[in-house]
Design a protein around this ligand. Structure first.
Ligand SMILES: [Fe+2]
Length: 257
């Protein structure tokens, strides 16, 4: 069997979208390996790279090696200015975890986060694809499937583009709004079962990401779920200095399947 790289076949462009890695280097390695075997032309990362997981530095360095465009998530901003987490969250577990993560960062990693952009814009075939962390105007704002069309219009109505891609909520989503595709690849490192309010979310044990294929007028969007090695993941938590590792291990024990 002959495998043809998609970009060489009739101008089809294949893009992988990853988001909300949250310090999960086991899931990142697993997903990048899968992407490498999927004839992908470009990877885009929507941000929230290091915090709330056991391997902040390893995850950051692995992403840096991947050399893809990265968007500035609210948690990436906390690495640049850690005081901002207290404006964002009153949940002690979140604040403690972010502060520990920041304490590990050197000027080299901070410089990497400072290079992240607020949006990424791609024109491929006849389609314009735009990528954000939260909403078009804020990296802390949710765009979710259960929003009313009026609310969605208020958030994205003025944002041009055929495909709008958002992260931040840790929930996979694909909706059509006035003929446009609006989607969220979910979270690579900490996928939620339900929308997060204040209670600790139930997480899935799988990793989430998305593949976009563009060929002329045709756009295919695939929301993927893939299972990293849970034993390896739990070991990475146990071996870490993460201050909330017992809490995280408990989350993995009760992870939705
Ligand atoms: Fe996030």
């Amino acid at each position: 069997m002959v495998f043809v790289r998609y970009s060489e076949y009739n101008h089809l462009m294949r893009i992988a979208v990853i988001s909300d890695l949250h310090g999960n280097s086991v899931a990142l390695d697993h997903v990048l390996k899968e992407i490498e075997g999927s004839n992908v032309d470009q990877v885009v990362c929507l941000g929230d790279v290091a915090t709330l997981g056991p391997q902040p530095l390893k995850t950051t360095h692995r992403l840096q090696e991947a050399g893809c465009p990265c968007l500035l998530g609210n948690h990436d901003e906390f690495m640049i200015d850690p005081a901002r987490v207290r404006e964002y969250s009153k949940v002690p577990v979140v604040v403690k975890s972010v502060e520990w993560c920041h304490s590990l960062m050197t000027p080299k990693e901070i410089a990497f986060f400072k290079s992240f952009k607020t949006e990424h814009d791609m024109i491929t075939g006849s389609k314009r694809l735009r990528f954000f962390h939260g909403s078009p105007t804020s990296n802390s704002e949710d765009v979710i499937a259960s929003m009313s069309p009026a609310k969605l219009e208020q958030l994205i109505g003025k944002t041009e583009g055929d495909v709008l891609v958002f992260g931040h909520t840790h929930l996979q989503m694909l909706v059509q709004h006035h003929g446009r595709h609006i989607f969220n690849p979910g979270s690579l490192g900490s996928p939620f079962k339900d929308l997060f309010f204040c209670e600790a979310p139930t997480i899935f044990s799988h990793a989430e990401y998305a593949i976009i294929d563009v060929k002329g007028q045709q756009v295919d969007i695939l929301l993927r779920r893939t299972q990293p090695d849970m034993q390896k993941l739990k070991k990475s938590v146990r071996d870490s200095e993460y201050p909330l590792k017992e809490f995280l291990l408990q989350q993995y024990e009760s992870a939705a399947g």
